[in-house]
Design a protein around this ligand. Structure first.
Ligand SMILES: [Zn+2]
Ligand SMILES: [Zn+2]
Ligand SMILES: [Zn+2]
Length: 251
């Protein structure tokens, strides 16, 4: 099983429209520094599952025959914007797994098209998505009802936490017990800044709290990117800045 990050930017993405900061200028020159809105995919033997769908170009290139489902962390627009086009596909219903949020986003629930939003998940209840993959939703702190996910293969686990403004003791305990090979977590802001998302200083604490060997930072904002140009993460540390296109294996 492969997990590929399709978008590691926060809501404004990088480059930010009209911004002339160093990070945004660099991203306009070098494609490797672009950060698109939050999206990821899981490639299984059965097909592809999206994890969040913030990219608005998904309908241009996601193969409708291989798409088996969508796993949503929450219904903020930067995580669901791509669904507004996908839903109109004349294809069999696609299950959308997510938290029990009665509102959703704009008119998604009123006009779901091919998307079946009835697959609501329950906190801490494992759900077998396909033979290879079980997901365990863990509630995390954010400005809206949000699940992080423990993604479990047959032998390994990977944790995806975006968006995140902190993790309560029950969810932290659940993650530790899964012994993930890596944790991918929202880190939007430089140290001491921002709200509703983790800043760098608070994200770094999770290496110890979650006892993870590797912490990958995602949902990156341009201010954090500028900060990291002057204060790079140690190359030999346990914390890595995620990039669009980064791929993880999960056995
Ligand atoms: Zn900028
Ligand atoms: Zn959010
Ligand atoms: Zn977000």
């Amino acid at each position: 099983m492969l997990i590929r990050l399709l978008g590691t930017g926060n809501a404004p993405q990088i480059p930010v429209f009209g911004c002339g900061c160093r990070a945004c200028r660099r991203a306009r020159v070098d494609e490797n520094f672009r950060r698109r809105p939050t999206s990821a995919e899981i490639q299984t033997a059965r097909g592809r599952f999206l994890v969040d769908a913030g990219r608005t170009d998904l309908a241009d290139w996601v193969d409708p025959d291989s798409l088996q489902g969508v796993l949503l962390t929450h219904y903020h627009m930067d995580h669901v914007a791509g669904l507004f086009q996908l839903r109109w596909g004349p294809i069999d219903p696609i299950p959308v797994y997510g938290p029990p949020d009665p509102i959703g986003a704009d008119d998604l629930f009123a006009h779901p098209g091919c998307l079946d939003f009835s697959h609501t998940l329950s906190a801490y209840q494992p759900h077998t998505v396909c033979e290879e993959l079980t997901v365990i939703p863990v509630p995390i702190k954010h400005s809206r009802l949000t699940f992080g996910y423990i993604l479990k293969g047959r032998r390994e686990a990977l944790v995806y936490l975006s968006d995140c403004d902190g993790i309560g003791p029950e969810s932290a305990d659940c993650i530790r017990r899964a012994e993930p090979k890596a944790v991918i977590v929202d880190c939007s802001f430089p140290p001491g800044q921002g709200r509703n998302h983790l800043s760098l200083d608070r994200a770094l604490e999770l290496v110890r709290v979650l006892e993870t060997p590797w912490l990958y930072l995602t949902h990156i904002g341009h201010d954090l990117e500028v900060y990291l140009m002057d204060h790079p993460l140690p190359a030999d540390g346990q914390v890595v800045l995620a990039q669009d296109g980064m791929t993880f294996t999960l056995d």
